[in-house]
Design a protein around this ligand. Structure first.
Ligand SMILES: [Zn+2]
Ligand SMILES: [Zn+2]
Length: 618
């Protein structure tokens, strides 16, 4: 019934339409001018109650006096649209256009219309006076007053991108520097509308939802912010569309799983709704975005994606990664545990955890994962003994070093590639032999064995860090054991390395002073022999302390030794000169007699034994 043709009944007063006049508006205008109480007087045919733009347009074209034969081509296109894209009876309007010419423009009735391109302002949906929607069909009764108000509604300036989007909607012109759409194929009206509906719907996606609900786009004022976002995505700059994808990917999505689902739904929907060639460039951007951000496989099953996308996608499932890169699941697992590759886990509805591997990470470590060798083989690659290699194990020297783990591998594992690169680098940095060179292997065994801790580790680190220069007589590749060192350079390095024996313990100091440990402790504790505390609060005596002590004090036993006199004889002599020990007045005497050197220097008999301080190599 709906498709049956309408006929326009020729009225007494006939008027021609405007080139872009809304057919229902024209019908009302015609009824008004003829003072008909109902527009139905003008129509004949079945279903005059359910009038629509398409049927009216056909009826007008059939009547030669309406002027609809000469209207804008766009008018015919809009009238032919499915009603879902149109506001058929509710008015949308530009107040400034209405002020200029009081008739209804067909372009306003597109649901996606948001702005007037001539006045560059937002369109309105409500009466500024009563804030109600206006219907064409009722506009003649109660609401006739409202119609008078519409032209005086606020004119609100629309952003340039929004005006451009409106231009695109109406004409298909794509006035941006970069061709987001294929310029050879201009989209038809329906395609333009569908693109905008699709993009705006996605921008309205609800909190933590995976896909957008159907949108009505009833009032421009209610979706102007969304319209602006959409316009910025398509008509602002090069990267607007990329930002749009980020927005729909992340906004109001607090879980990675939701974000991922959104991306999947988005690209699937986009690819299936816009299969035409003219959307190719947009699809390429979507594809780029999806391959970078999708944490799942893109396989042959994903027919929407190009072959290239399948090659470049950033994430592989665990199983696919094993297969494509030809590595054992246990090895990949191990790399995940050791945090050598980034993974993402997703729990599916049936409680199965999917694991996605970040390919760039995997590709970086792959040569290492593929060439894992045991410590035994690693030692052989470097040309060192097993014992020597044991020193460098687990010392932070290797980036690739996997400790044994139950259920994985019972031995240490190393990357052959890393070891080969290392020994090759050392070879490349080798200098020519000097006159006095020694081979590394015997040097390790004869010269430094036992003189320093972990000798091979120290030599290894010194060579790798360039502190020790290795040498060789020719261009031939050599392993560690066959490399040479300059003897002088090596000895200098070794001397530097030996810990300096400058700080003494109390026991050592006592020994040095030739006294027993208890007396040594007394000297330190009572402050005759100075000391410092180390980090563990142990007393340390430095050479300066010993020197200072010898400068200030004289120990009786030492004096006796030096002067070849008995202690008793010395005490008599000193007592006679009224020279007494440092603890003369103390109740708690020192274990041995200790004199101030300055006092002994006053003694005519003994001063010569203390006037010269003994030479010391401290
Ligand atoms: Zn206007
Ligand atoms: Zn009103």
């Amino acid at each position: 019934m709906k498709n049956e043709a309408l006929t326009l009944i020729r009225p007494p007063i006939r008027t021609s339409c405007y080139p872009d006049e809304n057919p229902i508006g024209y019908l009302m205008r015609l009824a008004d001018e003829n003072t008909y109480p109902s527009y139905r007087w003008l129509l004949d045919g079945k279903g005059t109650e359910t009038i629509d733009f398409g049927r009216l347009y056909q009826a007008y074209v059939a009547a030669d006096w309406t002027g609809f034969q000469q209207t804008d081509p766009a008018l015919a296109q809009i009238c032919a649209l499915p009603s879902i894209h149109l506001k058929s009876t509710q008015l949308r309007y530009c107040p400034l256009c209405l002020k200029e010419e009081n008739y209804w423009r067909i372009g306003w009735q597109l649901k996606m219309s948001v702005a007037c391109t001539r006045h560059q302002i937002w369109l309105q949906d409500l009466c500024p006076h009563c804030h109600k929607e206006q219907s064409f069909l009722n506009a003649r009764g109660n609401q006739s007053k409202c119609l008078e108000h519409l032209a005086s509604a606020d004119a609100q300036a629309a952003p340039a991108s929004v005006v451009q989007m409106q231009q695109f909607l109406e004409t298909g012109l794509w006035e941006v520097d970069y061709p987001l759409l294929d310029t050879k194929h201009s989209p038809i009206l329906r395609q333009r509308i569908e693109l905008l509906v699709f993009m705006m719907s996605w921008l309205t996606i609800g909190d933590d939802l995976a896909k957008p609900a159907r949108q009505n786009f009833q009032h421009v004022a209610a979706f102007s912010a969304i319209a602006r976002q959409c316009a910025d995505a398509l008509f602002s700059d090069q990267d607007g569309f990329w930002r749009f994808l980020q927005t729909i990917h992340f906004t109001r999505a607090s879980f990675i799983s939701i974000q991922q689902k959104r991306l999947v739904y988005f690209y699937r929907q986009f690819f299936s709704e816009f299969p035409e060639q003219l959307f190719q460039r947009l699809k390429e951007i979507v594809e780029q975005y999806a391959t970078m951000n999708l944490m799942r496989d893109i396989t042959q099953k994903h027919t929407l994606f190009s072959t290239n996308a399948k090659k470049v996608q950033s994430w592989y499932s665990f199983n696919r990664a094993c297969k494509e890169y030809d590595i054992a699941a246990s090895v990949l697992n191990r790399a995940i545990i050791d945090k050598q590759v980034t993974v993402h886990y997703e729990r599916t509805s049936n409680n199965y955890t999917k694991c996605a591997i970040y390919r760039p990470d995997l590709e970086k470590v792959l040569p290492h994962l593929k060439g894992l060798v045991t410590a035994h083989d690693a030692a052989q690659t470097l040309g060192v003994t097993k014992a020597q290699f044991a020193q460098v194990q687990n010392s932070g020297c290797f980036k690739f070093e996997m400790a044994p783990r139950e259920g994985y591998c019972s031995t240490w594992q190393y990357s052959r590639l890393e070891l080969e690169t290392l020994i090759e680098n050392i070879n490349r940095g080798a200098a020519p032999l000097t006159d006095d060179c020694v081979l590394l292997a015997p040097t390790m065994q004869n010269r430094i064995q036992g003189s320093i801790d972990m000798p091979f580790l120290q030599v290894f680190k010194a060579i790798v860090s360039g502190q020790l220069i290795v040498r060789k007589p020719d261009d031939q590749f050599r392993q560690f054991r066959d490399l040479w060192l300059d003897k002088t350079e090596f000895c200098n390095w070794l001397n530097h390395l030996r810990p300096k024996v400058d700080a003494l313990t109390v026991t050592e100091a006592a020994k040095l002073l030739g006294v027993n440990e208890e007396f040594g402790n007394q000297l330190v504790n009572r402050g005759y022999l100075n000391h410092k505390l180390d980090l563990r609060n142990a007393k340390m005596i430095f050479p300066d302390h010993i020197r200072q002590f010898k400068q200030e004090y004289v120990i009786l036993s030492k004096l006796s030794e030096d002067s070849n006199s008995s202690s008793t004889r010395i005490i008599e002599l000193l007592d006679a000169s009224e020279i007494y020990p440092v603890d003369h007045n103390a109740s708690d005497k020192l274990r041995q007699r200790l004199y101030a050197r300055a006092d002994v220097l006053l003694s005519n008999d003994l001063f010569r034994y203390v006037q010269h301080l003994p030479e010391t190599d401290l």
